[in-house]
Design a protein around this ligand. Structure first.
Ligand code: DSN
Length: 432
């Protein structure tokens, strides 16, 4: 039986997306990644249909004999991977993880100090997002463009003067580690808590290429599970502080999560194990690729930020593209050639410039997972130059991208589905 036309349309759109993004694009959105075949198979399970409010073995619903065990396994695996005592995996996103922690630590009307928006703070840290929705006042920490980081001396003075309830560190444009130790010492002297959002760099922390803020004095860390940590879309909170963990666990349900999207759990567990096996190798290659890519873009004629600091220590690179028409124009031009990036505010942009900011942000984590190495990123830098500097027709460059991508279709640093499981009668195929 053929499908009704409405369903044909749905299938056609889904297939078109899958083919385009999985087979024909070079994806450089810094907040995305892909799961391994085994993690994808573990994601597409019956658990996606089930409910499990509450904590494992103390649920409000029956039917969770196995999901309870998987959730406990995720908590154990992630604790071991991150070398922390407590992990709460139920927030369904990084933003929900931030919401529960902010609300546990502060009441409406309280003050929070945050990394500046134009220096890359996530929208949920700000008055425009979750923090604002909770009625918590946002005050920006001073930022020093020379060190591309929070100005420690001024920040310490500000913490002592403002005496906030919490200080957030971490960012969505996260090139260099924030000074957790110094900020934590100042915060603790006025009884404030430090929340470090590591969503972008979780995989680098797991691979020992980025400091774990909990080991540097942060009280609690929030994260998503799908950026440099290449798991399913989701969130988590982790800490060494038992009281903090109890508070977060007590309120994540029922305050911000009812059901916590159970199919994330086995896929997160698979990814945690993959990071135990391949995390160091993967994180190391991400950082090498970022540096090689940034250098190559600079050699091709682009103004890559933080040159004097070696451009980046993470998966992220930021380029000032004002000479080439601005962030909106360049991001669209690249999309027309199947190179996917996002336009991004730079530190000197006013917040209103969000629709046409000065920069673009590029992340190396996903294409590294598909096996790209330094020379491959140098080739991509040349393609970007052909487009944005030489004015080459994007349709011409797109042909080269599609051809080039054929060498990078297999996910590395992860596990495949064992042959005997491939025979499963309820395997759900990706529509391609
Ligand atoms: N908005 C995402 C990013 O791109 O960094 C994080 O949620």
């Amino acid at each position: 039986m053929s499908l009704p036309p409405e369903l044909e349309k749905v299938v056609e759109l889904t297939r078109a997306h899958n083919r385009w993004r999985r087979l024909e694009c070079i994806n450089m959105i810094a907040s995305e990644n892909v799961m391994s075949p085994l993690a994808e198979a573990a994601y597409l399970t019956d658990m996606m249909h089930r409910y499990a409010e509450g904590k494992p073995r103390r649920r409000y619903y029956q039917g969770n004999i196995y999901t309870d065990e998987v959730e406990l396994l995720v908590m154990d695996l992630m604790s071991r991977l991150l070398k922390v005592k407590y992990v709460e995996p139920r927030p369904v996103s990084g933003t929900v993880a931030n919401a529960v922690v902010f609300r546990v630590l502060a009441n409406p009307g309280d003050k929070a100090l945050i990394a500046p928006v134009q220096a890359g703070a996530h929208v949920s840290h700000t008055k425009f997002g979750t923090l604002g929705a909770l009625g918590i006042e946002h005050i920006e920490l001073p930022f020093d463009l020379d060190s591309w980081n929070i100005d420690v001396d001024k920040a310490v003075r500000m913490i002592e003067e403002v005496r906030p309830r919490l200080v957030t560190l971490g960012a969505s444009v996260y090139l260099f580690p924030h000074p957790t130790k110094e900020i934590a010492a100042a915060a603790h002297s006025v009884e404030a808590k430090v929340v470090h959002d590591v969503a972008h760099v979780l995989g680098l922390i797991a691979g020992n290429r980025w400091p774990n803020p909990i080991h540097e004095g942060a009280d609690v860390a929030t994260t998503s599970t799908h950026k440099t940590f290449p798991g399913p879309q989701g969130g988590a909170v982790f800490t060494d502080d038992e009281e903090m963990y109890k508070q977060v666990s007590r309120y994540v349900f029922p305050w911000f999560v009812s059901n916590h999207h159970l199919h994330r759990l086995p896929a997160t567990a698979v990814t945690a194990v993959e990071m135990m096996y391949f995390g160091e190798q993967y994180a190391d290659q991400i950082v090498r690729n970022s540096k090689a890519f940034a250098e190559a873009l600079a050699e091709e004629g682009f103004k890559v930020l933080a040159e004097h600091l070696g451009y980046t220590q993470s998966h992220t690179i930021v380029v000032d593209v004002r000479p080439h028409g601005g962030g909106a124009k360049v991001a669209k031009m690249l999309e027309d050639a199947n190179i996917i990036v996002n336009k991004n505010l730079l530190p000197w942009d006013p917040p209103e410039a969000v629709r046409d900011p000065s920069g673009i942000r590029l992340g190396t984590q996903e294409m590294t997972r598909f096996g790209m190495r330094e020379d491959d990123f140098r080739y991509v830098a040349r393609l970007i130059r052909e487009l944005a500097i030489n004015g080459r027709d994007p349709r011409e460059v797109r042909k080269k991208v599609v051809e080039f991508r054929k060498d990078f279709l297999e996910v590395k640093y992860g596990f495949n589905i064992p042959k005997d499981l491939e025979e499963s009668p309820i395997k759900i195929p990706m529509l391609l």
